[in-house]
Design a protein around this ligand. Structure first.
Ligand code: ZN
Length: 204
């Protein structure tokens, strides 16, 4: 798929020789071209983590990506609405749920499951409660697993859950998937290497 390939190539540029990219993509000319409309080629539902800005890690410019960021890349109703909005308004063909290694929201959820307490803020709790269904079964089934490995698995499970939620939690998106071939994939960004691994829902 072309949109997926553009993201893969952009991420390769970022992870290898960043700054080799075209300055035209953030130029005043490009900005003016976009005043009358946008045609983003991908929708990214990513984590708010300051180290994972979608446009930078995919080396894209103004008007290229429609980005929704929320701690832990969780899917709440307002995230679904935003994805639906972009997919219908701009006919964007690709949705990427973008999680990352060492995700603080996932780690906080694991912490909460290990030592339940009410010291956390309500705001954090609403995030933790959305991540919990992905992480809890894993922690029960693999309770003697190495904590680092378990955390890696938890990040992926949370990405998969969000991707599944987008695929199955919205009539509009279900229809676009069936009739327009809208693709929803899960991907993980490595803070360490700068590389994005598209590991879920990617065609052949
Ligand atoms: Zn995160």
């Amino acid at each position: 798929m072309e949109a997926l390939e553009r993201l893969r190539e952009g991420n390769r540029r970022f992870a290898t020789d960043y700054r080799a990219s075209d300055e035209a993509q953030t130029s005043p000319t490009r900005r003016r071209e976009l005043v009358t409309g946008q045609e983003p080629f991908a929708i990214i539902l990513g984590c708010s983590d300051a180290r994972v800005p979608a446009e930078i890690i995919f080396d894209q410019g103004l008007g290229d990506l429609f980005v929704i960021r929320v701690a832990g890349n969780v899917v709440a109703p307002s995230q679904i609405d935003s994805v639906e909005f972009a997919a219908t308004q701009f006919s964007t063909p690709l949705v990427v749920v973008l999680g990352h290694s060492q995700c603080g929201a996932v780690l906080a959820t694991m912490e909460e499951l290990r030592e339940p307490g009410d010291s956390r803020s309500r705001n954090l709790r609403s995030i933790v409660d959305r991540i919990r269904p992905a992480v809890e079964p894993l922690m029960v089934a693999e309770s003697d697993q190495d904590p680092t490995v378990l955390a890696e698995k938890a990040v992926r499970a949370n990405i998969q859950m969000s991707a599944n939620h987008l695929r199955n939690g919205s009539k509009i998106l279900e229809e676009l998937i069936a009739s327009e071939g809208l693709l929803v994939v899960g991907a993980e960004y490595s803070l360490d290497t700068g590389l994005v691994d598209f590991f879920e829902g990617v065609p052949g």
